[in-house]
Design a protein around this ligand. Structure first.
Ligand code: ATP
Length: 555
């Protein structure tokens, strides 16, 4: 059977609006964008434009059912009231993603988007219907008493991305269906349009979903491919999010938070919700969003740190939170956002911060196992567009002290101040060296120098220059920061002052420790970073639904 993903339907809309780069190669290459634009506006697109114009003209002429068609009831634009909660018909819809050979010869009803539409003749058209990133090929072919030429005309004229409903019988072609995720076909009996998309989209979904491998191949062959730049994607995020890879990314993200919640609840944690409007300056520093709160200075919480510790002082024992975290930092990096989702936990400990590390070990090994087991389709969809090596992790997570990390770097000829911090580059390098030595992309580095940790971090008992703290890395980049906390109010006050914090602004926090406080520790995880690094994606904006960075506050 023919494949509807042909060159004819590609690129036209994308070249009109919104596409930043028209590249032969990766979307990251900005060089020569002008030249590439000219190239792409060449022959192929002219032909595509001509064909698209013809299709749109047909669409304008045939938006409604032809009155004279006796089979007119089998197709058309559904009136709005049909989906206005008028009645429940009892019909059963099948999910596109679940259509397999098991449905052979069965009648199905699906609802999805018109991904691509191609009229072959006045007797035949192909519709590729997409739902949640999965696609199925539907054939509208004239058949006595079922499909009329009018229906073919109607189907051909449907605008891309419209929501349509298709009813038909499932067939299994002999040859693989290229360009569709489902390897069955639907012989259409009825097709209705539920909601029309505008005919000209700012992003062509096929362009937005193009694989990095395709760009690599195009580089070799000189083929011209349209690439959609990051800013354009984010400007039209609702469309961009419809690609299979993005569908995979955010379904995977949902699994991470679900598993985080599940595992911690099974370990006796309770979910809490701390305030995001904070008096004073949160944990201090410049990276806070300030605002006025009914005449009082306030800010958005930089983390749930202080309140989750106060929940421990209130005897909740083990708590976690999944919520927004605000950072006004001017970081124009691939891994910093101004608003991200924090996965936080805090717990009483009996003796040692290793009790927190044990939980983190179990938690993340369970999350990774769960993703690999339950999200195969999603991981595959992401890998199709952004190929990546599966994460290597050990069943018992590797723990190295900061000093051991410094030594590994030193052995590789990189000198690090043993009381200083690691920069992004040395963290990455250490990640590579650890992978070579221990065969893991996921490890814990603990006993950090005291000087580079926040005021509430507990110093090491044997050397106050070091602290009972840790960071956790995936592929050489930080995903978690945590520590045992100071639960003694006097030491806490002293440390806050030493770090230049006005203790009056955190007096209620410090007071919480004056009424008896259990030793405790915890950690903060960045959800977007976990997903980004699990899939080895190159930018955190890819794993934030509607990212907020220093230059972006919309959509
Ligand atoms: P980094 O050193 O990478 O800037 P951090 O030390 O400021 O991170 P913490 O304040 O300890 O990070 O936050 C805990 C976790 O929250 C980090 O390990 C990371 O996963 C995530 N995180 C921190 N800042 C950001 C940010 N600006 N955007 C997205 N995620 C972040």
């Amino acid at each position: 059977m023919e494949n509807p993903q042909n060159a004819e339907s590609s690129a036209v809309e994308s070249t009109k609006n919104g596409v930043e780069n028209i590249n032969i190669g990766s979307e990251r290459s900005k060089d020569g964008a002008k030249q590439e634009k000219e190239n792409a506006a060449g022959k192929q697109n002219k032909k595509a434009e001509r064909l698209e114009k013809r299709r749109l003209a047909a669409a304008a002429a045939a938006t409604a059912v032809e009155e004279s068609d006796p089979l007119g009831g089998n197709y058309g634009d559904l009136p709005f009231e049909a989906v206005q909660s008028k009645e429940i018909s009892g019909r059963i819809w099948t999910k596109v993603g679940s259509l397999t050979e098991e449905y052979k010869e069965k009648e199905v009803l699906i609802r999805g988007r018109a991904h691509t539409i191609r009229g072959v003749s006045n007797k035949m058209a192909f519709l590729l219907v997409r739902e949640a990133g999965f696609t199925v090929q539907c054939v509208v072919a004239v058949a006595p008493e079922v499909v009329s030429k009018g229906m073919v005309k109607f189907a051909t004229a449907i605008s891309k991305e419209s929501i349509i409903e298709v009813q038909g019988s499932v067939t299994v072609p002999d040859k693989p269906i290229k360009g569709a995720s489902q390897q069955v076909e639907i012989k259409v009996q009825k097709v209705y349009c539920i909601s029309k998309s505008v005919p000209t989209l700012p992003i062509n979904l096929e362009d937005a979903a193009r694989s990095e491998k395709e760009f690599e191949r195009a580089k070799q062959t000189g083929e011209q491919l349209v690439s959609v730049g990051q800013d354009t994607r984010l400007n039209y995020r609702v469309l961009d999010l419809r690609t299979p890879a993005n569908q995979g990314i955010f379904r995977l993200q949902s699994h991470v938070s679900m598993l985080f919640r599940q595992v911690l609840i099974s370990e006796g944690f309770i979910e809490i919700h701390t305030p995001k409007l904070i008096a004073g300056a949160s944990e201090g520093g410049s990276a806070v969003f300030r605002l006025e709160y009914k005449g009082q200075p306030a800010c958005l919480a930089q983390s749930p740190q202080l309140h989750k510790q106060m929940a421990i002082c209130a005897d909740f024992g083990r708590v976690f939170e999944i919520g927004p975290v605000f950072r006004a930092e001017d970081s124009f990096t691939h891994r910093h956002l101004c608003e991200f989702t924090g996965l936080d936990l805090e717990m009483e400990i009996k003796e040692h911060y290793f009790e927190v590390l044990d939980i983190i070990d179990k938690l993340f090994v369970s999350i990774f196992d769960g993703l690999n087991e339950k999200c195969k389709k999603e991981l595959d969809a992401i890998d199709q567009q952004y190929p990546f090596e599966p994460l290597k992790y050990l069943k018992k997570t590797l723990r190295l002290t900061f000093a051991e990390g410094v030594q590994i770097l030193k052995d590789a000829g990189i000198e690090i101040d043993p009381l200083g911090d690691l920069n992004t580059e040395t963290e990455r390098k250490l990640g590579q060296l650890v992978r070579e030595k221990y065969d893991t992309d996921f490890y814990i580095l603990h006993r950090y120098p005291m000087a580079i940790r926040p005021f509430y971090t507990m110093p090491c008992v044997d050397d106050p220059l070091y602290s009972n703290s840790f960071d956790v890395f995936i592929r050489g980049e930080e995903i978690i920061s945590g520590a045992q906390r100071v639960h003694d109010p006097e030491l806490l006050t002293k440390r806050a002052k030493e770090c230049g914090i006005d203790v009056n602004t955190i007096s209620t926090y410090i007071d919480s420790f004056r009424w008896g406080a259990a030793p405790h520790g915890g950690a903060g995880v960045g959800l977007e970073r976990v997903v980004m690094l699990f899939c080895a994606l190159n930018n955190i904006r890819k794993t934030s639904l509607f990212p907020r960075d220093p230059q972006r506050l919309a959509p």
